[in-house]
Design a protein around this ligand. Structure first.
Ligand SMILES: [Ca+2]
Length: 511
């Protein structure tokens, strides 16, 4: 009897637990994050293939190596990858192309590229490739032919002059436009035959290979000094690209002032890099600068200025660093993890499609000569990285490897993951428009981001000191602390209507 009664009790308990579990399941399901929005506003990761991951042991990174690291990129929170040039080229950086419809053998084969795309697409990751059509290589068959003389078949693919002038180089007694360097002759983009070539190149990569778009190199040099002509060409290129695939994505490098980037952004190209946000003189550096006595207020001012200056239909592409700029740790401090994290946090809270340069998320260093900014990804030890690109003068790493940072909950890498996760969880952060609310302190920025029905209040403290601010007026409606990013031991707290933000912290509040 006793045993039976005990068994009954046990059964009852078991049932209770089971039904409890059964009841709990739907709640857990509903708590799962909604599927990631599959549109053109993405979290991008810029990869220099040479320096990323080497699959065959020759010391040079390759496409198969990158394919093997897609889990890492996905885990970081990125759903887009920009590959710096992968087409055959005599240079290590490959911005001077000799064949626009092939893969450089250093990086692998076209089959490797197709395998990369398939693996990326199966993870919901889109892949865009660099398209440098301002210039080709001087070893491209077009230029080799063109240089032979005034009557050469491809002569008009380039811009020739009888006499020397600025931005031109000499070949066989004539001068050709080469704005960057003699080995990069500028293509004659007014020549319909050149535009036909570009159209077939675009079609090849989108239709035959299956890439998802292009990063357009050096668009201010298409017609040097002529923004209107550049915009005309960009509109033509955008119509060609979107005509082949309306979902394809174009992001362009117009390394220029904000007002000129705004003019470029009026074009039908989807997105432009926000150079004024990046680097040691950029907005993020200025917000975090030691002399800034009102960092929160200036952050809000920059947010509003960007929205007021850029057209509504553009997708801004903010970034901190890329392959041409010094690494961000140059201004956040090689030994200042809190400030380095905060720069990443500020980036992650910006509107648009953010770009993270490989290694930025582990605080890789590099400045001076270009190759120094493009050294091997530090997966484990320096001995196991890819070979430094030719011309590298300094190989120095400021922070630990990916392997070490993955196992450290307080690492920069884990901060980046958390920052991107917040951004993904609240799509209004990337897609919404901003209204600055009074914060009661110039150290703090209260930014209301609204996208359709979704509104989130971003509370950002880019100062070194903790600040308590009352959530009053419209801000009082955002009483749920839904997420936070801190750079030290103290948490963000919300007690009643008082929000306390430790130095260098970010909170996301919802209704
Ligand atoms: Ca290799």
């Amino acid at each position: 009897m006793k045993i039976n009664r005990f068994s009954c009790l046990l059964m009852a308990l078991l049932l209770l637990v089971l039904t409890g579990c059964a009841k709990k399941a739907p709640a857990e399901e509903s708590a799962a994050p909604p599927p990631r929005i599959d549109d053109k506003t993405r979290e991008w990761y810029e990869v220099f293939v040479w320096s990323f991951a080497d699959s065959d042991g020759d010391g040079i990174g390759d496409l198969n190596g990158l394919t093997g690291k897609l889990d890492y990129i996905e885990d970081l929170g990125c759903n887009g990858v920009w590959l710096m040039p992968i087409m055959p080229s005599p240079s290590y950086h490959k911005y001077d192309v000799t064949d626009y419809c092939a893969v450089d053998p250093q990086y692998g084969t076209m089959d490797d590229m197709r395998a990369l795309l398939e693996a990326a697409h199966s993870r919901g990751i889109r892949v865009i490739i660099d398209l440098p059509v301002n210039h080709s290589s001087d070893q491209h068959p077009w230029f080799v032919s063109a240089a032979a003389g005034p009557d050469a078949p491809y002569r008009d693919y380039y811009n020739w002059n009888d006499t020397s002038r600025s931005g031109y180089s000499e070949k066989n007694g004539y001068y050709y436009e080469s704005r960057f360097v003699y080995s990069m002759p500028d293509l004659n983009l007014d020549n319909p035959a050149v535009r036909e070539e570009i159209e077939s190149i675009v079609r090849f990569w989108l239709e035959d290979v299956g890439v998802d778009g292009f990063r357009l190199d050096a668009v201010t040099s298409y017609y040097t000094g002529d923004v209107n002509a550049n915009v005309e060409f960009l509109n033509w290129l955008a119509d060609v690209t979107h005509g082949v695939d309306a979902d394809s994505f174009l992001v362009a490098e117009a390394w220029d002032s904000l007002s000129n980037i705004a003019r470029y952004s009026e074009s039908r190209v989807d997105s432009f890099f926000l150079f004024p946000v990046s680097q040691n003189e950029g907005y993020i550096a200025k917000v975090l600068g030691g002399n800034n006595k009102h960092p929160g207020a200036s952050l809000g001012d920059y947010m509003i200025m960007l929205e007021e200056t850029l057209p509504e239909n553009t997708i801004p592409a903010p970034f901190l660093e890329n392959h041409d700029t010094g690494r961000a740790v140059g201004f956040t401090g090689r030994s200042n993890p809190a400030k380095t994290k905060m720069a990443g946090g500020l980036l992650a809270m910006m509107r648009g499609g953010v770009f993270v340069y490989y290694g930025q998320e582990i605080g890789m260093a590099g400045s001076g000569e270009d190759p120094n900014k493009r050294i091997g990804m530090l997966w484990t030890t320096q001995e196991e990285t890819t070979a430094p690109p030719p011309g590298t003068t300094t190989v120095a790493y400021a922070y630990p490897s990916v392997a070490e940072q993955e196992s450290d909950p307080d690492s920069l890498l884990n901060y980046y993951k958390a920052a991107l996760a917040l951004r993904i969880r609240f799509p209004a952060i990337s897609r919404g428009t901003t209204q600055i609310l009074p914060a009661g302190s110039e150290a703090v920025c209260l930014a209301l981001r609204t996208w359709g029905e979704e509104s989130v209040l971003l509370a950002v403290n880019p100062s070194l000191e903790a600040v308590s601010c009352p959530l009053e007026g419209e801000a009082a409606g955002y009483a749920v602390l839904s997420g936070s990013l801190v750079t030290g031991a103290d948490p963000v707290t919300l007690e009643g209507a008082t929000l306390t933000l430790p130095g260098y912290s970010i909170a996301v509040l919802t209704r």
